[in-house]
Design a protein around this ligand. Structure first.
Ligand SMILES: [Zn+2]
Length: 223
C-alpha cells in the first residue's frame, strides 16, 4: 500500500532538516509527497541571507533532489507568524490537505526555540482533527537542528523521540538537498551545518541500531 504524505514546515530548509531522508525514503517506496512551507524564511536572520526569490529556488532545488512532486510556498513573515491569526494558518494548511489528502503528516515539534515552529505545530494539530472521514492516520513531529536542541529542558516540552525512520539509503540525498540551501548553512560545529546534520543522523541511527535515522515523536497513529 502506498501512502500520501504531507510535510508542513515553517521555513524553507526545515523540511530537509526535519525529514529530508524520510521524504526520499517515501518517494523510493512509491509514496506521493507534498511539501507546504509557510513562511518566506527571510527577514530575521542577520547576515548573508538570500532574498525570497533565491530561497524559493533553493526550496525548489531541494524538492527536486528529494523527488517531492507538490511544493507549496506561502509567504508568512519570517519569525512573525504570531502576527497572523491561527485560524488563517489552519485554513491555509487545510486547503493543501484538501488537495493532497494525506494519510501521513510530518510537522514541527512543539518545544522548538522558534515562534513560527510553535504556530505551525498548533495549526497542523488543528487541521488534523480526527473528524469522521478525515484522511490523516499518522502524525509525526520532527526535530529541527538549530532550534529543537536549543530549548532548555525546564522551559518547554523536551523532544523525546519514539519513532525512528531508517535513512541509511537516503542520508546522502538529504545532505544534497540541504546543500541546495547553501545560504542557510553554517560552519561546523553550528548545528545547521552539513557535518552536524550527518552526525545527528548517525546518532539517531545508533539509538535505533541503524546506520542512519531521522527521529520523530509520534503524535497520533490510527490503524
Ligand atoms: Zn524553521
Amino acid at each position: 500500500m502506498t501512502h500520501r504524505v504531507l510535510v508542513v514546515a515553517a521555513h524553507p530548509d526545515d523540511e530537509v532538516l526535519g525529514c529530508g531522508g524520510s521524504i526520499a525514503r517515501h518517494r523510493a517506496a512509491g509514496d506521493a509527497v507534498a511539501v507546504l512551507i509557510m513562511a518566506d524564511g527571510v527577514g530575521s536572520r542577520s547576515g548573508a541571507d538570500a532574498p525570497p526569490a533565491a530561497r524559493q529556488q533553493c526550496a525548489q532545488q531541494a524538492a527536486k533532489i528529494l523527488g517531492v512532486q507538490d511544493l507549496t510556498l506561502l509567504a508568512y513573515p519570517d519569525n512573525r507568524m504570531d502576527e497572523a491569526t491561527l485560524l488563517d494558518v489552519v485554513q491555509d494548511i487545510e486547503k493543501v490537505m484538501a488537495r493532497c489528502l494525506p494519510d501521513i503528516v510530518y510537522t514541527h515539534h512543539a518545544g522548538d526555540v522558534n515562534i513560527d515552529h510553535h504556530i505551525v505545530h498548533d495549526a497542523v494539530i488543528a487541521a488534523c482533527r480526527s473528524q469522521p472521514g478525515h484522511t490523516v492516520k499518522q502524525l509525526l513531529f520532527f526535530e529541527t537542528p538549530s532550534s529543537t536542541e536549543w530549548r532548555p529542558p525546564a522551559s518547554h516540552a523536551v523532544f523525546a523521540p519514539n519513532w525512528f525512520s531508517d535513512i541509511s539509503a537516503t542520508l546522502e540525498l538529504k545532505l544534497q538537498a540541504l546543500a541546495a540551501y547553501a545560504p542557510e548553512l553554517r560552519e561546523f560545529p553550528h548545528p545547521r551545518s552539513l557535518q552536524a546534520v550527518e552526525h545527528l543522523a548517525r546518532w539517531r541511527g545508533a539509538c535505533a541500531g541503524l546506520a542512519a535515522a531521522e527521529a520523530f515523536e509520534l503524535g497520533r497513529n490510527i490503524v
